[in-house]
Design a protein around this ligand. Structure first.
Ligand SMILES: NC(=O)c1ccc[n+]([C@@H]2O[C@H](COP(=O)([O-])OP(=O)(O)OC[C@H]3O[C@@H](n4cnc5c(N)ncnc54)[C@H](OP(=O)(O)O)[C@@H]3O)[C@@H](O)[C@H]2O)c1
Length: 276
């Protein structure tokens, strides 16, 4: 594959847009090497105006000229898009799917023209919504026909919008339960901390700023020091002080098992939805 691969991004919603922005910002390829597709002309002209990329509503034409085909449509649109591009996807291309709950072998089989066609390299990704601000978490799993070279391309693509990690495909439901759905849990925590501040008399705008920045800052310290969160928690817990009084409350009210259970429940739901 060339140093400036040609990307076809099928679907230009929240995720498609974030990935196109990341690819261009990271200089992985110039805008003329990116083709974006969508159904509505307004969306396509917005993509052309904002990023200077090629646009078309013809998925097959976009796929024909691409090295990397990114599926960024909704899972319920997959059948229709597959009908359009079936047989046009070649084994010398890489298919990157961000569709929740769609396994690499199912996608490969859906896009092949006939059972005797050569297998397609497919890599499956579970991004999360902070890719919109380049702070995403996008674990991926490679299908059996994806090579290390394909993985390098995907790591560059996902690295342009945040962090990434390779996992075996059977753990894709678990990453959905943790980082895929995780922003929802954290939004709830920010909301609840904000309410706590408001209850204690802080103006709401100040309270939400403090709550969001506290979570952001604490997460950054975990990432940058590499220290276990329990060590960091001990560092800010003065004997007889405020933090230990609150920690005791949180333990009594089950914060820890509640969060573990949230990840387990979301993982199980992901597995049900993907029919595993
Ligand atoms: N959002 C998340 O937090 C999240 C997290 C992980 C994974 N994902 C996955 O990311 C994918 C995209 O999600 P999203 O939130 O970006 O969805 P979205 O905002 O609804 O965008 C979907 C895009 O697909 C386009 N589309 C639909 N049918 C099409 C077709 N036949 N040909 C070409 N384009 C078509 C739509 O175009 P029109 O508007 O013109 O119809 C739209 O641009 C989903 O599969 C989802 O499972 C999302």
């Amino acid at each position: 594959m060339s140093d400036s691969p040609r990307f076809a991004v099928l679907g230009f919603g929240n995720m498609g847009r974030a990935l196109v922005r990341g690819v261009l910002k990271a200089g992985l390829t110039p805008p003329e090497n990116v083709t974006v597709t969508a159904r509505t002309p307004a969306r396509l002209s917005a993509a052309a105006t904002e990023f200077g990329v090629q646009t078309t509503s013809n998925n097959r034409a976009a796929v024909d000229s691409a090295d990397v085909v990114v599926l960024a449509i909704k899972p319920q649109n997959l059948e229709a898009v597959a009908d359009e591009i079936r047989g046009a996807v070649r084994p010398d291309q890489l298919v990157v799917s961000i569709l929740a709950g769609k396994a690499t072998d199912a996608i490969g089989a859906l896009l092949k023209d006939g059972a005797d066609d050569p297998p397609l390299p497919v890599i499956r990704v579970m991004p999360n919504i902070p890719v919109m601000v380049d702070a995403g978490c996008s674990p991926y799993a490679r299908g059996p026909h994806a090579t290390d070279e394909h993985v390098k391309i995907v790591e560059a693509l996902l690295g342009s919008v945040g962090e990434t990690a390779e996992v075996p495909e059977h753990l894709m439901d678990a990453v959905t339960g943790l980082s895929g759905s995780g922003p929802a849990y954290v939004y709830m925590m920010i909301e609840a901390l904000t309410d706590g501040g408001v209850k204690m008399g802080l103006p709401r705008d100040v309270s939400i700023k403090l709550a969001a920045q506290t979570i952001y800052g604490a997460a950054l310290v975990v990432k940058e020091t590499g220290l276990h969160p329990a060590i960091l928690r001990d560092q800010v817990t003065t004997p007889g002080g405020t933090a230990i009084a609150a920690i005791s409350d949180l333990e009594e009210n089950g914060l820890r098992p509640m969060l573990i259970s949230a990840v387990v429940t979301a993982t199980q739901r992901s597995s049900e939805l993907s029919g595993a």
